[in-house]
Design a protein around this ligand. Sequence first.
Ligand code: SAM
Length: 251
Amino acid sequence: MAGAGGGSRRPGARGRGAAGHAAGGVGGSRQVFVRVKTARGRTASSQRWLERQLNDPFVAESKRLGYRSRAAFKLIQLNERFNFLRPGARVVDLGAAPGGWTQISVDRVGAPGRGLVVGLDILPVEPIAGATLIEADFMADDAPQQIKAATGGLVDVVLSDMAAQTTGHPQTDHLRIVGLCEAAFEFALEVLAPEGTFVAKVFQGGSETAMLARMKRAFKAVRHAKPPASRAESAETYVVATGFRGEPETD
Ligand SMILES: C[S@@+](CC[C@H](N)C(=O)[O-])C[C@H]1O[C@@H](n2cnc3c(N)ncnc32)[C@H](O)[C@@H]1O
């Protein structure tokens, strides 16, 4: 486990730059479209990827503000709509690498000190001042225990932006995606404090019907949201469950 630390720079601090924009909007000024020339050894798909990166206002803005990922804007936008990252909140961020969501969480909850942020990823994450980072596979038996040891008690928010590497085999990929989301949900049921929030990446067309039904019983409100920073062509969307009240006993 890597402890908190890693310099005092706080990208995304409120009042500095565009992070505080209404609706996490970017691109107030007009961008000039950059076209990428073909180059030897560059495939058509890598050319398209490069062109998209160069012309993506969220990529440019995340670089400018020192965010580690453009995904940071997805959390900014979800939080602007649902307001779950309150000062003093205790947050677990699953699938934290490279660290954009952790950076935003640390800033919004005021960690360390007022709030607390624990991030976990199977990949290493460069230290983020104010956050405790755990390098582990969330599906490993001891991962939930490692997180609980780091939080020291119940938490107010469980975030999961986890996405497994795709294998190219649609059924396998689908099962892995649903498996990660279900595991994050089970974990949230164990560690959330009353009124807590669970936010997870899901995919349109996914077969998480049974999980959603349980979620609706365990939370006061369950909504789906696709933040503007989530690419329109991506099937990704987020489920935001607020007002945790625990899972009712079943006979
Ligand atoms: C879309 S990225 C997260 C981006 C992050 N929210 C940010 O803002 O920087 C998805 C992450 O999920 C992680 N992941 C996938 N499967 C995982 C697992 N079993 N355990 C832990 N992390 C996992 C990947 O390593 C990857 O870093």
